[in-house]
Design a protein around this ligand. Structure first.
Ligand code: ADP
Length: 457
């Protein structure tokens, strides 16, 4: 157990320790205070330094801005200098060129100078000679003065004469002006005449050309005329020949026909020769038709085809022709779609001839078809008759030529019998009745042959 003394001692020590610690604390506090003061000072200094730096920065910024502006100014000045330098280079070149020119000019001037120096020397020589000549002249002048006195007298005389001449000259000038004016007029007239002459010359040339052309054209016409006359004569001969031959054929053919008809009647149909007799009968008919056509052609050509005009019932012509052809047309049916029930004044025989020709063709040129259509109607005061088939048709470019004598479409000419006279004769008959033909056709589909006959109003 610790005694009171010991405790007090310890307390004293603790107190002393405490006092020492407190002293140290105070010291430390002082020290801290001092440090704080120092820090505050330092902070104030730093603040100042900061302000100073900010100020400097601003200054720098200002300076930088100024520098940028100065820089731009410099750039601009540099550009201007560049331009000026380019201009100076050009001006330099110009000066160089001018200098060269000047040098050339100087060289020329030098030459000219030398020339002048030489000329001056020459002139000096000449001056010396002139001085001598002058003296001579002075002497001569003395002489001349004498002569002048004489001349003055002569001159007075001449002045008088001149005055007289001037008067005359004035008169002449007036006369001259008159003449000049007249000449001007004459020149104008002459120029006009020259132009007119040229025009005439040109017209003459044109006329000559035209005349030459006319002569050539004339010759051409003459040749054509001669050719036509020659052809017409040849045609007439041919027609005459056809006419004669056709007539010559007619009599024996009539005999043959009679014999053939007799044979046909007297031969039994079962007889093996009967088909030959029939065949011969067909050939005789063809020959008869050919002869009749040839005779018609020669009649048409010599203008001798006369019509027997009489009024007839038009449907009769239609039915007669159809019946005639239907007899031998075994594979086709000819259908009368429309018949114009009128009396028509024309040549019935010839109209039937036209119809028979159209029907024969319609059947001949439609071997694959089974029918042929016929119609007759009245349209705008005309009688229009149409025969339509469904056969081989005709190409467009051939249609206009079908009515020429002996014309046959070349592609089909070899395939079908015929001589190319039927349509020629038909069209002439229709023309004689003041009518006309129209054809519409489509190759491979068929054709429509129509003729129009005018009816009396
Ligand atoms: P042909 O029949 O004797 O040759 P045409 O004068 O009657 O003479 O006819 C002239 C030509 O017109 C014929 O060769 C034929 O080529 C053509 N032709 C006439 N009719 C028809 C038709 N219906 N279809 C096609 N072609 C035709």
């Amino acid at each position: 157990m610790m005694g009171r003394n010991e405790l007090s001692e310890r307390l004293v020590i603790a107190n002393e320790e405490k006092a020492r610690l407190e002293a140290e604390l105070i010291l430390a506090n002082i020290e801290l205070d001092f440090q704080n003061e120092e820090k505050k000072k330092r902070a104030a200094e730093l603040n100042l330094a900061n302000i100073e730096l900010e100020f400097q920065n601003r200054e720098k910024l200002n300076r930088a801005r100024e520098l940028i502006i100065a820089n731009r100014e410099l750039d601009f000045q540099n550009e201007e200098k560049g331009k000026r330098a380019a201009e100076l280079i050009i001006a330099g070149k110009e000066l160089l060129f001018q200098n060269e020119e000047k040098e050339k000019r100087a060289a020329e001037l030098l030459l000219a100078n030398t020339e002048l120096v030489f000329q001056n020397a020459e002139k000096e020589k000449r001056a010396a000679e002139l001085i001598i000549a002058n003296k001579e002249l002075l002497y001569q002048n003395g002489e001349k003065e004498k002569r002048a006195a004489e001349l003055i007298i002569a001159n007075l005389e001449l002045i008088f004469q001149n005055e007289e001449k001037e008067k005359r000259a004035n008169e002449l000038i007036i006369a001259n002006k008159e003449l000049t004016y007249q000449n001007g007029e004459k020149e104008k007239r002459a120029a006009e005449l020259i132009i007119a002459l040229k025009e005439l010359g040109y017209q003459d040339e044109e006329k000559a050309k035209r005349a030459a052309e006319l002569i050539i054209a004339n010759r051409e016409l003459l040749i054509q005329q001669q050719e036509k006359t020659r052809r017409a004569a040849a045609e007439a001969k041919k027609d005459e020949f056809f006419n004669m031959v056709s007539h010559e054929f007619k009599t024996p053919l009539t005999n043959i026909k009679a014999i053939n008809q007799l044979l046909e009647k007297t031969t039994d149909r079962a007889n093996k020769h009967y088909p030959f007799i029939l065949n011969a009968g067909h050939s005789i008919k063809r020959l008869e038709k050919l002869i009749a056509d040839l005779l018609d052609v020669t009649k048409i050509n010599s203008g001798q085809i006369d019509l027997n005009i009489a009024a007839f019932y038009f449907p009769d012509a239609l039915t007669n022709s159809i019946a005639n052809i239907q007899l031998t047309a075994n594979n086709h049916e000819i259908m009368l779609e429309n018949s114009a029930d009128i009396l028509y004044a024309g040549d019935q025989f010839r109209i039937e001839q036209v119809l028979i020709n159209l029907l024969t063709n319609a059947i001949k040129y439609s071997p694959e078809a089974g029918k042929v259509l016929v119609k007759a109607k009245i349209e705008s005061g005309d009688l229009v008759v149409t025969v339509q088939d469904f056969g081989i048709g005709i190409a467009k470019h051939e249609i206009d030529q079908l009515f020429q004598r002996f014309y046959r479409v070349s592609e089909t000419a070899m395939l079908f019998q015929g001589v190319g006279l039927g349509l020629f004769i038909a069209s002439e008959i229709v023309k004689k009745h003041n009518g006309r033909f129209t054809i519409t056709s489509e190759p491979g589909e068929g054709s429509s042959f129509s003729f129009t006959l005018p009816l009396p109003a």
